[in-house]
Write a protein that binds this ligand. Structure first.
Ligand code: TXA
Ligand code: MG
Length: 309
């Protein structure tokens, strides 16, 4: 939440060979760059360089106990960092590249900066599908730590403009490849040594697991008020009060709609963009139409209930 006027502006560069080469040079020099993934825009830094990882935390204003997701280009690179059992291998084979993050034991020879895992003996890792992030991983030749590219606690960015509104003047560069296709952060699953799976964050990939409640917070994304707009938000609204900007779904039209055809995939892709629009609207409050809880609706309702609390 930058308060002072930035002393420079972040450059927004269209995705292409030139932007990737420049971003890789910045990252290898220890800087951080915003880059699209299929889920949300990430703020990428060299996961093997503690100073680079620290720059991610600084730009986001993120509490340093909050560990980051590491991105790698393929399963082979992931296996050099984390310990894979049979269950993890099967999940990776089915869902990578894609929006699934696995929490696995960290290898002692991983080379990952300890700040990435915030001292945990496990690491969150995924192989992203977006060509821009894939190109950046290959150009850098090292694993990239990348949380969502927004100031800590605010709405995740699904467009370059969202990143700029949150981090302008705090990072040198944003690679712009338009809106993210999925629009919701990856599903996070912890894989136990015995192959048991625990859902830490619901997301685009539904493995039929239910979200753990109670117990200690392992993924700070589980914190109740993690994805908060600045305005109060009311859920399950069918009509809007005069001071509310209504986000519609299905038959509830609203000021803008997640999906007029009640399509949950379309709704997920639009969710954060509409929360940004609602936050920027002249109305003091936000209301959101009911969204069914099945399939992707579980992850959408998870983000909405956090945004409301
Ligand atoms: O889709 C995504 O996952 C996006 C894109 C950029 O890849 N990234 C993302 O990262 O959402 P972030 O940092 O905003 O969320 C990471 C989540 C946090 O809730 C964090 O606590 C959890 O992953 N996490 C990281 N390492 C963990 C670990 N070792 N054990 C449990 N949770 C972990
Ligand atoms: Mg985030």
């Amino acid at each position: 939440m930058p308060s002072a006027k930035p002393s420079f502006h972040t450059r927004i560069c269209p995705y292409g060979g030139e932007a990737i080469a420049e971003a890789a040079t910045l990252i290898i020099a220890g800087e951080v760059v915003a880059v699209p993934t299929e889920t949300v825009y990430g703020l990428a830094g060299d996961a093997t360089n503690g100073a680079s990882v620290a720059a991610i935390y600084t730009a986001k204003g993120r509490p340093s106990f909050n560990p980051l997701i590491v991105h790698v280009p393929d399963v082979a690179a992931a296996e050099r960092i984390a310990v894979f059992g049979e269950a993890a291998r099967a999940l990776a084979a089915t869902h990578w590249p894609g929006p699934l993050t696995l929490v696995l034991p960290l290898r002692s020879d991983s080379g990952i900066a300890s700040l990435v895992t915030a001292g945990l003996s496990t690491i969150a890792i995924r192989v992203p599908a977006h060509p821009a992030m894939q190109a950046l991983l290959k150009a850098c030749g090292r694993p990239l730590a990348a949380p969502s590219a927004n100031a800590s606690g605010s709405i995740s960015p699904t467009r370059a403009a969202h990143v700029a509104s949150s981090l302008d003047g705090r990072i040198p560069m944003i690679i712009d490849a338009g809106a993210c296709a999925v629009g919701l952060e990856s599903t996070i699953v912890a894989v136990g040594e015995d192959g048991t799976l625990r859902l830490l964050r619901p997301g685009p990939i539904d493995l039929g697991l239910s979200l753990e409640t109670g117990g200690h917070i392992e993924a700070p994304g589980q914190l109740a008020s993690h994805y908060a707009p600045t305005k109060p938000l009311r859920l399950n609204a069918v009509t809007a009060a005069p001071d509310e900007w209504l986000i519609g779904f299905g038959e509830v039209v609203g000021n803008a709609t997640l999906s007029s055809s009640s399509d949950l995939t379309e709704a997920a892709a639009n969710l954060f963009d509409l929360l940004h629009q609602a936050d920027a609207s002249p109305r003091a409050k936000i209301a959101v139409a009911p969204v069914p809880g099945d399939g992707l609706g579980l992850a959408i309702n998870d983000r909405l209930s956090r945004a409301a609390s």
